[in-house]
Design a binder for this molecule. Structure first.
Ligand SMILES: Cc1ncc(COP(=O)(O)O)c(C=O)c1O
Length: 360
């Protein structure tokens, strides 16, 4: 019997940060860069209230949430597009701009979703080498050809946790041909506390050839609700709207996000918690001879070259103890794991278990 045959897909499948180990949910999940303290209690309350009524479709364009976002960041509401997570905004951008023969330049260790959607749209990925796990604008520029259509840059980047300076990212835009689209992914910008850094939204709102993406999955703690957004010139956003699936963000998600975004006190609490623990993690890792860069976000990329156990052994030993980190095979980053800052109890447990595993 002949069966329907799907077309050949040459993109890798996205493998999410594990929740389970040996069929059991892990007690401590530090594998997906989710928020340490969870969502604002006010957002949870709103979610519970709104989720009882699901007879009707959500507002397809999420007008109320876009209005709230526009007010908070002083933006033009008509230039905002909502996605079921910022992943979907990235997917829509790729669908709207990429065809066969186009090229997309990515930093070597940039967030994996960019390469997946590039390939799904039959375009080619060109990788720019990094310096010490940090994007290099000069290397990106040297990869640009007449076929280059998009440059994606997560600033800061996942999984490396590093960022490029305001000066560098402005230089990148300035040196690119005007018809190359620059996508600046601001997923983790709230955590950064450096004088030479500026988020994409502050730098590029007036540019006609830049899209900025944002998410409610990280600092806002709404990963499970799937809400993200993009901001771009009217021309670009109109093209994206032609592709956006209708009703792509559910009603409870729209309302919970509208409340979460206003709870600045809660956000600040999360930021302070992450800064405190990032510093503690850095010092502990250093003492344990686990190599890492200073991180500007809620996670760290850690390397085990200088200790007696390798990353696989550490990963499985932690998993057995109920703690899940993220393996880095998909990124071909050798002998390394990525660890997200959790709540204080989780972080203390991680430190205790690491010490046990490494015999110190
Ligand atoms: C850099 C970056 N961008 C975007 C996303 C996607 O987030 P979401 O689709 O949940 O908004 C992630 C998630 O890990 C990320 O690390």
């Amino acid at each position: 019997m002949k069966l329907p045959k799907a077309k050949n897909i040459n993109a890798e499948k996205y493998v999410a940060g594990l929740s389970k180990f040996k069929q059991k949910f892990a007690k401590i999940k530090l594998s997906a860069n989710e928020s340490a303290l969870g969502p604002s209690p006010r957002a949870v309350k709103e979610y519970i209230k709104v989720s009882k009524d699901f007879k009707r479709y959500p507002d397809s364009d999420g007008t109320f949430l876009r209005k709230t976002i526009a007010k908070k960041f002083k933006l033009d509401q008509s230039k905002i597009i909502l996605g079921s997570g910022s992943d979907q905004v990235i997917e829509i951008i790729c669908k709207a701009f990429l065809s066969k023969n186009d090229e997309v330049v990515l930093s070597q260790y940039s967030f994996i979703i960019y390469r997946i959607y590039t390939k799904l749209n039959s375009a080619k990925v060109v990788y720019a080498a990094e310096n010490n796990f940090t994007s290099s604008v000069d290397n990106i520029l040297s990869c640009v050809t007449s076929k280059t259509k998009i440059i994606f840059i997560a600033n800061p980047n996942n999984p490396t946790g590093t960022y490029i300076s305001k000066k560098e990212i402005l230089k990148l835009r300035k040196k690119l041909r005007s018809n190359i689209l620059l996508v600046v992914d601001d997923a983790y910008f709230e955590y950064v506390n450096s004088k030479d850094y500026e988020c994409g939204l502050k730098l590029f709102t007036k540019f006609k050839n830049v899209v900025i993406t944002r998410t409610f999955s990280k600092i806002y703690g709404l990963a499970g609700l799937r809400v993200g957004w993009g901001y771009a010139s009217k021309n670009i956003v109109d093209s994206l709207y032609k592709i956006k699936p209708p009703f792509n963000v559910s009603r409870p998600a729209l309302f919970a996000a509208s409340v979460a975004i206003k709870d600045t006190a809660w956000l600040n609490k999360e930021i302070m918690h992450v800064r405190k623990w990032s510093k503690i993690f850095y010092d502990v890792f250093k003492k344990l001879n686990i190599h890492t860069n200073k991180t500007s976000v809620n996670f760290s990329l850690i390397n085990f070259d200088r200790v007696k156990k390798n990353s696989k052994q550490v990963f499985y030993a932690l998993a057995k103890a109920g703690i899940l980190l993220r393996q880095m095979d998909a990124y071909s980053i050798k002998n390394s794991l990525r660890v997200t800052v959790g709540n204080s109890k989780e972080n203390l447990k991680l430190i205790t278990e690491l010490k046990k595993i490494l015999n110190v």
